[in-house]
Write a protein that binds this ligand. Structure first.
Ligand code: GLP
Length: 245
């Protein structure tokens, strides 16, 4: 694990997008591995990264034809066309702007009738794709990754998770009122994240400083899910100055 710090949000995004662009550009599809597999987050932090990926696509620098994506999470009970669903977010911020094949886009289905069966199938699909090459992530103010709230075991695969009050509160800014924020989500697990070959966690702004301190400087603990990445050889916490205490 390493911590990389930059002065500004823009430099954080330049670095993360640059690493992804490099991976997309240099990927050579083979029969055994036809796709570069990206794990993708939502939230406000990765938006500047998506802007740079779209820019690179528009400039003709990259194509998403050989890219397969797995999103980290989705709210239970929101349809894909709900403006606060993560399906909608991904279409608006990335997918509708680039040449990714729709069948290569995977996002947890928060409307699945049988969520446990869906979760098993999602894990299987990641494995069948050869695992995640680069997992991009944000971090919650309480140190969560995707929707793996504090005290989630590190060995959990994709699962349904109840959200903590602090996460509901943090995400209420996107909804008309706090009662509208879903209280459950389908999320890839901490094991799913740990199994990725490379993990890039983005953290910007002072609200993330305590989570970053706990994740990178305190002992590894389920109280701060992101701290498990201290044991991941290729995990990077990419932070702006405000997120470092
Ligand atoms: C949500 C998402 C996380 C994200 C977090 C932080 O809870 N499930 O994946 O990392 O929000 O969001 P933001 O980047 O807006 O601070």
């Amino acid at each position: 694990m390493k911590v990389i710090s930059f002065e500004t949000v823009s430099e954080v995004a330049d670095y993360a997008a640059g690493e992804m662009i490099k991976a997309i550009k240099t990927f050579v599809p083979t029969e055994a591995k036809p796709y570069l597999v990206l794990g993708l987050p939502t939230g406000s932090t990765p938006i500047p990264v998506y802007e740079r990926l779209v820019q690179a696509y528009n400039n003709g620098d990259i194509s998403f034809k050989n890219v397969k994506t797995f999103n980290m999470d989705e709210y239970v009970g929101l349809t894909p066309d709900h403006p606060q669903s993560y399906h909608y977010f991904m279409q608006e911020n990335l997918f509708k702007h680039v040449d990714i094949h729709p069948e290569n886009i995977n996002i947890p289905d928060g409307m699945a009738d049988d969520i446990p069966a869906f979760c098993r199938a999602y894990e299987m699909a990641i494995q069948n794709a050869g695992g995640i090459d680069i997992q991009l992530a944000g971090i919650g103010e309480n140190g969560h990754l995707a929707f793996n709230e504090p005290n989630t075991p590190f060995d959990m695969p994709t699962h349904e998770q109840g959200l903590t009050q602090s996460t509901i509160q943090a995400n209420a800014r996107f909804f008309d009122k706090i009662e509208d924020v879903p209280t459950r989500a389908v999320t890839i697990g901490l094991k799913t994240i740990f199994d990725a070959r490379r993990v890039i966690v983005l953290a910007t702004g002072p609200k993330k400083a305590e989570a970053i301190r706990l994740a990178t400087q305190a002992p590894v603990s389920v109280n701060c899910p992101a701290s498990m990445l201290q044991n991941h050889e290729y995990a990077e916490f990419v932070c702006d100055k405000a997120a470092i205490k």
